[in-house]
Design a protein around this ligand. Structure first.
Ligand code: MTE
Length: 322
């Protein structure tokens, strides 16, 4: 059962109407990546876009949800997004797309556990077929100061929370990524605290923007993007968006994330995008637009402030922006 604090209030919806003034323009942008695919610009033969063998292929493409396509951004070309990835399980450089093809995405289960009335180990295909899938165009801002704009397919985490009957004792959600050192060479490097772990507060988890991603560019997720299930929280730095998740646990205690364990002075729990708070080793006020030789100014909460700023009132004493 979702507590009252998790239910989006009316103010948010009223504000969102204003916020969505750009909706129609953004919708038109949906066509641009489709046109790229049509004219052969959105993929190339040497990129392993292995989704063609994905058993969930028949679920795609799904309807776009224009309510979430709120900016006039140009969508990043698929081959740019699919070639430049962070997935430390497969290496600490950006060209991990070949190595990531070793990931076995079937059979795959997602264990939902902890402070829930209905704990369950979901078979991924049962999970996907039981959810209302939709497409949303989201910004993605990496803490390394590069950004992209991607049409993700997936479902609101809130849908899964409802099915899991989250109890009022749940204050946080912890996402754990797969652990398989045989196929993931990075996991043989014992100085990293594997598996990759991330977390959100229960209010963040229930927020409408919090999206469980199953596909991208109108088809199942390629492995390098974190198939078969990843997170997207577009107002936070990209490291919060865990890939290849196989455990979702609702807890009463705040999880300590992978990067927080490694370097707590540089990476905190909240990691909300803020151009005014530099990373200890570089500024955060500008970002390199993936696939272009251009830079653009970074926006507070990555532009989603009107939707999410209310989650952080009275928390000013915390390290919200790193
Ligand atoms: N999830 C896992 N399991 N392992 C990772 O190394 N990197 C994070 C995030 N999720 C990462 C992860 C970082 S730093 C970023 S910016 C995004 O994934 C990159 O997502 P993309 O490769 O699909 O662009």
């Amino acid at each position: 059962m979702l507590s009252q604090s998790m239910v989006t209030d009316e103010k948010f919806f009223l504000n969102r109407r204003k916020f969505l003034g750009l909706g129609a323009g953004a919708l038109a942008l949906g066509a641009s990546y489709e046109a790229q695919a049509l004219f052969g610009l959105g993929g190339s033969n040497d990129i392993p876009l292995n989704w063609k063998e994905d058993p969930s292929m028949s679920l795609y493409p799904v309807a776009k949800n224009p309510l979430f396509n709120v900016f006039l951004d140009e969508v990043t070309a698929e081959e740019e997004a699919a070639r430049y990835n962070n997935f430390y399980e497969f290496g600490s450089h950006k060209e991990i797309f070949q190595a990531a093809q070793e990931l076995k995405i079937r059979p795959w289960t997602v264990e939902v556990s902890g402070e829930v009335g209905n704990p369950k180990i979901w078979d991924i295909d049962e999970l996907l077929s039981g959810m209302d899938l939709e497409e949303r165009i989201y910004r993605h801002r990496c803490v390394e100061a590069w950004s992209m704009v991607v049409p993700w397919t997936g479902f609101g985490l809130r849908q899964l929370m409802e099915k899991s009957d989250v109890l009022s004792s749940a204050k946080y959600v912890k996402f754990t990524s797969f652990m398989d050192p045989k196929t993931a060479p990075g996991q043989r490097q014992s100085w990293y605290p594997w598996p990759y772990v991330e977390g959100l507060t229960i209010e963040e988890a229930a927020h409408e923007l919090t999206f469980m991603v199953t596909g991208v560019y109108g088809h199942p997720l390629p492995k390098q993007h974190g198939a078969p299930l990843r997170l997207a929280t577009p107002w936070k730095y990209g490291f919060k968006s865990s890939k290849s998740i196989d455990k979702i646990e609702f807890t009463s205690e705040r999880p300590v994330s992978f990067w927080e364990q490694i370097q707590p002075k540089e990476y905190g729990f909240w990691a909300n995008v803020n151009p005014g708070v530099p990373h200890p080793r570089w500024p955060q006020n500008m970002e390199r637009v993936l696939g272009k030789d251009t830079y653009r100014p970074t926006e507070m909460f990555n532009g989603y402030g009107e939707m999410v700023a209310g989650l952080y009132t009275n928390l000013e004493d915390q390290m919200l922006y790193r």
